[in-house]
Design a protein around this ligand. Structure first.
Ligand code: HEM
Length: 172
């Protein structure tokens, strides 16, 4: 279904995690109370309505790219790694959505000083940074496609080779 030319690039597949990091940093470090409030409100909206849907879309396009091509989903370790990295990033995001909503609620109702909820606000920056790290990792894996087939992939390759030989004999 997807090939090298139609496959969505890293931009569409996930550059969106950088928005999370920028907003969590603004929320943590800004001295301006209005800026802190705006950052957490914007964070909740973008996380919920942009980042979650786009992350799920990147998982879906990844699944199409794998299952719709000869790469397969379980044949190569690099594809499995991408599946794992993307799934973990999505789970992290969904788990932290609750913390993000909580901070947005607090920011909407009170004026936050730089020391309020320091632990939670720092945690959000760290988690957003980790989610962002997933992107270059997934992209490097996609571009270099390191060799290494799973036992299932090797069996599949072998049975394909055997059926090709069978066909050749049939034509002879
Ligand atoms: C945020 C996550 C992801 C990013 C940033 C990403 C990025 C990319 C990029 C840049 C390419 C094109 C590489 C090239 O030029 O050959 C690609 C291809 C590919 N991706 Fe992803 N990807 C992600 C998630 C996934 C997932 C979850 C899967 C599998 C479940 C997947 C499976 C594949 C496959 C099989 C190809 C090769 C398609 C082909 O060459 O026909 N990707 N990805």
């Amino acid at each position: 279904m997807f090939n090298r030319r139609t496959q969505p690039g890293p931009g569409t597949k996930g550059g969106f995690f950088s928005i999370l990091l920028a907003l969590t940093i603004a929320g943590l470090t800004s001295q301006d109370a209005q800026m802190v409030r705006a950052a957490y409100l914007a964070l909740e909206l973008t996380a919920r309505f942009v980042i979650v849907p786009l992350s799920l879309a990147s998982l879906l396009t990844g699944l199409f790219s794998s299952l719709g091509t000869t790469w397969g989903l379980f044949r190569h370790y690099w594809v499995l790694m991408k599946l794992l990295i993307t799934t973990i990033a999505i789970i992290l995001l969904l788990v932290h959505l609750q913390q993000i909503s909580y901070m947005a609620g607090v920011a909407a109702e009170t004026t936050l000083s730089i020391t309020d909820f320091r632990g939670l606000r720092t945690d959000l920056v760290v988690k957003a940074g980790l989610a962002l790290l997933a992107l270059p990792t997934a992209t490097v894996l996609s571009v270099y496609k390191p060799q290494g087939m799973t036992p299932y992939g090797r069996r599949k390759q072998q049975s394909n080779a055997n059926s090709e030989k069978g066909k050749d004999r049939g034509h002879a």
